[in-house]
Design a protein around this ligand. Sequence first.
Ligand code: GAL
Ligand code: MG
Length: 990
Amino acid sequence: MTDPLLTLRPWESPEVTSWGRMPMNAVDRRTGAHSLDGDWRFQLLTAPGAPVGGAWSTAAVPGVWTMQNAGKADDPLRATVDLPQYLNIRMPYAEFPPLSPVDDNPTGVYEREIDIPAEWAGRRIVLQVGAAESVLLVHVDGRPVGVSKDSHLAAEFDLSDVVRPGERSTVRLTVVKWSDASHIEDQDHWWHGGITRSVLLYATDPLYLADVTVRARADGELRIDCLVRDAGGALPEGWYVSGELDGLALTQDAAFDLANAEDERVSDFLGEARIAARVPEVRTWNAETPELYGLTVRLHRADGTVADISRHRIGFRDVEVVGRDLLVNGERVYIRGVNRHDFHPLTGRTVSYDDMRADLVLLKRFGFNAIRTAHYPNDPTLYDLADELGFYVVDEADIESHDHAHEIADDPRYLNAFVDRVSRMVLRDKNHPSVIIWSLGNESDYGANHDAAAGWVRRHDPTRPLQYEGAAKRGWADPDVASDIACPMYAPLEDCVAHALSGEQTKPLIQCEYSHAMGNSNGTLSDHWAAIEATPGLQGGFIWEFWDHGILQRVNDGRPVGRGGAGLYGNGVAAPGYRWAYGGDFGEKDHDGAFIADGVVFPDRTPKPVMYEHRELAAPVRVSLFRHEGLVLSNHQHFRGLEWLRGEWELALADGRTLTAPAQLPDLRPGETAVVPLPLELPADGGEAWLTLRVTTAEDLAWAPRGTEVCAPQVLLRTASADGDGDPVVSGRVEVDDDGLLVHPLLTAAPTLSLWRAPTDNDELGGMALRWRTWGLDSLVRKVVSIHRDGASVTVLAEYAGTTGVVRHRQVFTPVEDGIRVDEQAELPEEFEDVARVGSVFETVAGLDLLEWFGQGPWESYPDRSGGAPVGHHALSVDELFTPYLRPQESGGRHGVRRFTLSAPEADDLGPTGLAVTLDEPRQVSVTRYRAEDLTAAAHHDELVPRAGCVVHLDAAHRGLGTASCGPDTFASYLVAPGVHHWSWTLRAL
Ligand code: GAL
Ligand code: MG
């Protein structure tokens, strides 16, 4: 018997978005449903038409087969398992839309039995498949039941006429990986195949709530629109709805019924009813104080018995665009956003409640208040959590046709798919207070299909603005394009500021992506925020992105570890024998490498240093100095006071002391400031002095236990005094060898000049590393020119030759009390106009494992990413200093270091226990177990072999990080200038 679902080949027909699928709605059927999650019988076919009939293996649902090594073992039909493949823009195959490979199209067949309870007799029985990518074909007992596309939204099928209560049926879900839909699901992440969200079976009364639409405004006005259907056909007489809001009874709106009747809009098969109310003294919802109300909507039969119930947690809030401001409850809120994919290093696209909660809790702790669900509707639970914990959400439809964007945007064959995807997202998520903006998708050019989808949204949900980067690109101020927000990606900051100052701005400017977090990145984030806060019209943006999408992989056989891998990683690093796989690691012929690792957290959610920078930029309370007599404290929130916070003052003095005092946070409304006296008397001695307000949560919150650090704003109270002539010269002798290299018992490699850093992803993709290699900066050849003794000092002149230029370097070694002062000068030729660093590098004996420093910290920081690292006395082990970026690169630097000691933590009294370095000014310093060349040579973190001693860099100048892997490079002020650089430091044995 031929199967119409197969013979019609729906995977090649973009016009067919579904068949037999029920309309999307916002009635949550999760409670009370039967879960069909668990192990299903599974076969992986080479193509959808291939015969099913080999041996079955099993696959976990929900889950992607690409992470389960499923299908192969006893399946003769498949030569290999189907593994993840990472591509950014390019499609993984050459076929033009709407086609995909005919013979090589992995197709998963999932099967299991379902027992239909006898009590379900007479009820409407529905199968819900949470998400399947990319085409889902449903059969029950061999009968075709339905088809669905749209990989990140649920599909429901009515099984009432297909199954029999009290009997057992067999459900088969066939998931075809490549289809016409793949061409509009060409997002920048791993390609997978499978059923990624839960599968449910539920039953309702034949009379049921087909949809519930809630509108809850900040003034307390509440409107609930219900759609009612009866599976039997015509609606029975006398049905009605009622509601309950946190115990407050709500009744059906008679005026609405009357108007419907007068307009002859009453239908006998589609019921419409409204509940309207005004809630007095409503507690409004916003991301700072996400007040939710419990709403229950009941559908009654004529006799008052309840036929159906729909439960919601709702929030009262307004969102609107007024002029060039996006207002939430009338407030121009800053959007401190991040782009988030559904991702997990063990399960691919399947994410659990606990994992999503952990994501959002972490984001809250680091000052984020907004999420763009890049680039598809995320798991439904995410929105519940965003409502509860407080996030503004830009909800994005699952449309990205990146590789064939231009052809598809106006292709009428895809028109239905565009409207289908956008409308289904709106229908699912419309009741979430967290969702404040709809997005039509990502990177799909701009065409009539977008306008059609925008038209649907504007009619259906006039309560929220709409955005689409592809449309906004046509003109940030253009009123005619389908975007209410100017939402560019990676726009240069000066362009944004210029637009805001041009007088032509008509829409809020909120970048949908900015500050690309690939590797060691996010330079100039604080410059962005300084400009945003100083420029009306600029309102924030969404960092790209939350996750480094590294997949946990066994190194010996290259397989994804999958679900069993919990516990095989920590602190951002995979256990020995495992690694974080990125593009190419699964043997993909075409791939885009480490571009998949571009998040602010590692694949295990360990925060990268940029998170601390962000936390400080989002500080709810700020401090500045007031005429050297007092301090100005300000509340930088939008909606609440400081009562949820407590503070402690910390005064760090250059002489090594740290004094503390309790802080009394003033009672400040949003935007208010207060002057408070200095909390501590500044000691007359002690040198440079920094005062930090350590702010923590005063009570347990949903996202942080009491005492969680929230921010640590800092002010400089006293600058370092000019040091006179420095350390007195003493008589003594400095040893240098015949090459002019310092001989020192604590050093295994003498200080030499370094102009090279292991290229960051920004350095590589921005083209800088290529230039540096062309100049030969990675392999400068040192030649000593002269060694000259003058009294106790030794002057060494050397030349460092690249392929195109020569750097002249002078070191003067002078004995000082207990040590040696090193005065250095490097003269860069004109052609080395933009280098990574100019500074000294040396290596120490083994065993010096503890770094203690006075300077910025404790987190890794760089010249253009140092806003979250207050000046103070810090201590970390050398291993902890290092940041394990997936692709090894320059890391572990500390900015603004004034002095440090490197010591053996458990040294005995025999011999020197370490060294101390004092710098002439605050400098960039790094102490690691790797030479720059070690880091440069490794492709994955697990390939690095730590050296016994430390590699120490002291930089006269260090280039900013920028974000050039995707977006603007660092600013000119953070570049290393050519010409002459001077720096001095003193080395002492401890
Ligand atoms: C954007 C795109 C994202 C991602 C990012 C680079 O252009 O929207 O999906 O590719 O660049 O990581
Ligand atoms: Mg893309």
